[in-house]
Design a binder for this molecule. Structure first.
Ligand SMILES: *Cc1c(COP(=O)(O)O)cnc(C)c1O
Length: 357
């Protein structure tokens, strides 16, 4: 296989056989063939999310389902935990929906602290309908301890719905929806699942569906109860991106039964360690090493990040730019999805040369 030269933190490199799968002929989404395809997808999404609960596939990018989670589960107040640009997006969405949103901010490059979350919730006697957590902050390359943060919410505010953005986590690191007690867990497919962008997968708990049932105005396109009703009948509420469903079915089979989750997670840990080690002589990790993400690294090079990226572009590579507040000072390497150790190794060798050129 030609090694990938595409290392941005989403969309990620897609294996040719997945692209090929998307060229199959159309089928109707109300027929038996679709029902069988979708049934297989849902059966495979459960081990991926480690849940026995409902899983949905939504034709939208991840942001749409982030909005959906707030529309379905929040009547009035939401607490948004932030540690970078993507976690802040929940705050922007909440504001755009006219919700009362509070923020608990960690510094960029740091994870959200469970103790601070406990103190914050305890100090606000008011009730939060939901708390949002971002598992892997793609702008800084920081992974939050979702198990610990979700436990704090369960203990301090048992009625709050826990909404987790696992967009750049799912498929690269464990996501344990049932064990961690998550209510809505969201992942677009163009990151750790290494599919072309266009659909989003989600796990949704019974508590989240009950909460949605209390809200009369959930909109039409993203109504979780419509998703649940149609999923029970083997379909989705409106015409889905059928090529993506073919690709997702094939990719889930590959992840669970060919590569297997333990090996996939191990490969991601190796890619993270290799990236940090091989860049140490010419860059500095921009974020907390103890929470360094296995799927993306934000790095501060000695030379201007833009110069380095241009030199890599001349060598045929795409690497990620800095994001948000860190746009000027960092660059990012996406080491997630189906990127191989060998192609990462080759890229890092070229990166080292580019940094010294
Ligand atoms: C990419 C990303 C998003 C945005 O997802 P879209 O599919 O582009 O809407 C949200 N959260 C995180 C953590 C991301 O990495």
């Amino acid at each position: 296989m030609t090694p990938s030269k595409f290392f941005i933190p989403g969309p990620t490199w897609v294996r040719p056989e997945i692209l090929q799968e998307m060229t199959r002929p159309m089928i109707g989404h109300r027929g038996a063939e679709f029902k069988e395809l979708f049934g297989g997808i849902n059966a495979d999404l459960k081990p991926l999310f480690a849940t026995k609960g409902d899983t949905f596939v939504v034709t939208s990018s991840g942001t749409g389902v982030m909005q959906a989670a707030l529309e379905n589960c929040v009547a009035r107040r939401v607490l948004v935990t932030t540690c970078g640009a993507f976690s802040e997006r929940f705050y922007a969405i909440a504001q755009s929906l006219g919700l009362e949103a509070d923020r608990l901010d960690a510094a960029w490059g740091q994870p959200v602290d469970p103790g601070e979350l406990a103190d914050h919730i305890a100090s606000r006697r008011g009730h939060y309908d939901a708390v949002t957590i971002t598992q892997n902050e793609t702008s800084t390359g920081v992974t939050n301890d979702v198990a610990a943060l979700a436990k704090v919410v369960r203990d301090e505010s048992p009625d709050s719905i826990i909404i987790v953005d696992s967009v750049s986590a799912l498929g690269g690191m464990p996501v344990e929806v049932d064990a961690w007690g998550l209510d809505v867990c969201i992942a677009s497919v163009q990151k750790g699942l290494a599919l072309p962008p266009g659909i989003t997968v989600a796990a949704v708990s019974e508590a989240a569906l009950k909460r949605a049932a209390k809200h009369p105005y959930r909109g039409t396109y993203f109504d979780f109860l419509e998703y649940k009703k149609h999923a029970d009948g083997g379909s989705v509420p409106s015409t889905p991106s059928i090529p993506h469903f073919y690709a997702l079915a094939k990719q889930l089979d590959y992840i669970l039964r060919q590569e297997t989750l333990p090996k996939r997670f191990e490969r991601h840990r190796r890619m993270r360690d290799m990236t940090i080690e091989r860049t140490a002589s010419f860059t500095e990790l921009a974020s907390d090493l103890t929470h360094a993400s296995v799927t993306v690294s934000a790095l501060k090079p000695r030379i201007a990040p833009e110069t380095l990226r241009n030199r890599m572009r001349e060598r045929g590579y795409a690497i990620g730019g800095g994001y948000g507040e860190w746009k000027e000072s960092t660059f990012r390497i996406g080491h997630m999805g189906d990127i191989t150790i060998e192609s990462l190794e080759a890229m890092l060798a070229d990166l080292e040369q580019a940094a010294r050129a």
